[in-house]
Design a protein. Structure first.
Length: 379
């Protein structure tokens, strides 16, 4: 019977969606993710946003979620590295969807906000926009974010929908897990800090935010990391390296090109600095003085043992990446997450194989480690 079900799912998938990836005989996802765009109006400007939604749930899982009124697990919101597009790192995000309890991963990306009120530019504006994108996308699946509270009174419209007035809090309820890679590690922490009642789990992979350094030092570290990553092209990962480099190029260049008409329309030449503001936001030093996250249940931080861009030695103070001394790991937690530690969060600190592209190259172990640490690894 199980074999028959496997064959039936594969046959139906081949008819409606072409080649598919299968997880056991149950969950099914496309082998190539689709990326779609949205128009977001916030803080007196309209910017472009992009997203990918991976819903790996079976029909039986969807029916069970609807019946219970809760997702079987938490929605994973993945925050990309600097300049990356939603479809980049699909090897990693698809594993998160296939292996997670909920089966749902949302990857939201937007151009750098640079509206009228300076206080809501850059990553601070993303705190609002990315959550509203998540709510908008989940609404199509009859899911709403439990515990959501807006952090700004300013109106925000997505594809013309007023997110303050046209989004009823009804349907299947779900909490959120914030998972971030590189610059996305900062965005993930910001997200959990901004929405403490909705986002109860945080995972950072090869994350920024743990070193006090300016833009020039960051770019130099990124340059060194890129050179090291390029060597993977000769080790069977040329396609992954090419996609990652193309992704950041499309992201940064696209943001700049779209800033030109916006600067002209609003008579605001400073909008041309949007990409530079985004890079500057990547240098933010994050600890409990500016981004406390006392209410999270589970916290995961993972570094790559050969990541020269976000070096675990310099970022986390770990002298031996292969066998991190327990005292140094404890010092890391007390330095960067004292409130989470004192409130009893479950803590997972790992140094896994790989460079800055490790979540893609070693997607299985990174996805499993993230979900296990967040208590969201499915059976």
């Amino acid at each position: 019977m199980r074999l028959f079900k496997f064959v039936l799912i594969f046959y139906i998938a081949s008819l409606i969606g072409g080649p598919m990836l299968l997880f056991g005989a149950e969950r099914v996802i496309p082998d190539r993710p689709g990326m779609k765009s949205l128009k977001v109006r916030f803080n007196g400007e309209t910017i472009k946003a992009f997203y990918t939604v991976i819903d790996a749930r079976t029909p039986e899982e969807k029916a069970a979620d609807e019946k219970s009124g809760w997702l079987a697990g938490d929605v994973v919101v993945f925050f990309q590295g600097h300049g990356q597009r939603p479809t980049d790192a699909y090897k990693f995000t698809s594993k998160l969807a296939l292996k997670s309890k909920s089966g749902i991963v949302i990857v939201p990306v937007c151009d750098t906000p640079y509206g009228k009120d300076k206080n809501w530019r850059g990553d601070r504006g993303k705190d609002v926009i990315l959550m509203e994108m998540v709510r908008y996308l989940l609404y199509d699946k009859d899911i709403h974010v439990d515990g959501y509270r807006p952090i700004s009174d300013m109106p925000i419209h997505i594809n013309g929908k007023d997110m303050r007035k046209e989004m009823p809090m009804e349907g299947i309820r779900a909490k959120i897990l914030a998972v971030g890679w590189s610059h996305g590690g900062i965005l993930a922490r910001r997200f959990v800090h901004a929405y403490p009642d909705a986002a109860l789990g945080l995972a950072q992979v090869c994350p920024a935010g743990y070193a006090k350094r300016g833009t020039v030092k960051l770019l130099l570290s990124f340059g060194r990391g890129s050179i090291h990553i390029s060597t993977l092209s000769f080790k069977g990962h040329a396609r992954d390296v090419f996609k990652a480099s193309c992704g950041i190029t499309r992201g940064v260049v696209g943001d700049f090109l779209r800033s030109i008409p916006s600067a002209a329309i609003h008579l605001q030449p400073s909008k041309l600095c949007r990409p530079f503001r985004d890079i500057k936001d990547c240098t933010l030093y994050c600890d409990d003085t500016n981004l406390p996250v006392p209410g999270i249940d589970n916290l995961v931080v993972i570094f790559g043992d050969r990541d020269s861009c976000m070096d675990v030695r310099k970022q986390a103070g770990i002298s031996d990446p292969h066998e991190p001394p327990e005292a140094e790991v404890e010092r890391f937690w007390s330095r960067f997450y004292p409130s989470a530690v004192s409130n009893g969060a479950t803590l997972t600190f790992k140094v896994l194989p790989g460079m800055h592209l490790a979540p893609v190259i070693h997607s299985d172990i990174y996805a499993s480690t993230v979900l296990e640490g967040l208590n969201q690894l499915g059976s």
